[in-house]
Design a protein around this ligand. Structure first.
Ligand SMILES: O=C(O)CCC(=O)C(=O)O
Ligand SMILES: [Fe+2]
Length: 197
């Protein structure tokens, strides 16, 4: 389950479809209807920016502000995959070139068992496509066979900042919901951190 708009669902010809901007407008109405007294994504950006000399701002494309983030509930887990805007899009996704990428997740609810985030010391290479699961974003776990791995059990209130160009997965949850607020973070050539979803 997800509350929010993810740009990867609106990819067209290696770029971003108009439907993304339309969906963002609809979502900001839904978000305002929650009547929250604060903006959790702004709090996360400020916390990140406070520890980074260039600060953290929402990224732009063609001058337009991208989405803030999404709330996601991957109770069934996520298959082994990687995220890399430089590979997924034909040209720069943002108005600034990226020299580094991260994925930020703040955990709001975690299960008593399962729900681990696993990260492998392996980045995509052409031969990995042989392990791609047909019609899926994911890869057969054999793609990371033999690679060094790190398994993290998130706790409520913690956030993880990982490099999602490394293959990673989320294990299925047992016994409670796994809910996280997430967005992508780029290190722009300007030195700023830029976020999007
Ligand atoms: O929920 C997590 O721990 C990681 C999810 C993920 O695949 C990502 O943020 O790219
Ligand atoms: Fe991911």
């Amino acid at each position: 389950m997800r509350f929010g708009v993810g740009i990867s669902d609106h990819m067209a010809d290696g770029g971003v479809a108009d439907s993304y901007w339309e969906a963002l407008e609809g979502h900001s109405r839904a978000w305002r209807a929650l009547g929250l007294s604060f903006d959790p994504f702004a709090v996360c950006r400020e916390a990140l920016g406070a520890h980074w000399p260039g600060g953290a701002v929402v990224g732009r494309r063609g001058g337009r502000r991208l989405g803030d983030g999404v709330a996601r509930e991957p109770n069934q887990g996520f298959l082994v995959h990687f995220d890399d805007a430089s590979r997924e899009y034909r040209e720069d996704l943002l108005d600034v070139p990226l020299i580094g990428q991260f994925a930020f997740n703040l955990y709001l609810s975690v299960p008593p068992s399962g729900g681990e985030t696993v990260l492998w010391r392996h980045r995509w290479q052409p031969g990995d496509e042989a392990y791609r699961l047909p019609g899926s974003y994911g890869y057969d776990e054999a793609v990371v066979r033999g690679a060094e791995s790190l398994e993290i059990t998130p706790r409520v209130g913690e956030a993880l900042l990982i490099d999602p160009r490394n293959f990673h997965a989320v294990r299925p949850s047992r016994g409670a919901r796994r809910v996280a607020l997430g967005f992508a973070v780029g290190l722009a050539s300007s030195g700023q951190l830029v976020t999007w979803a």
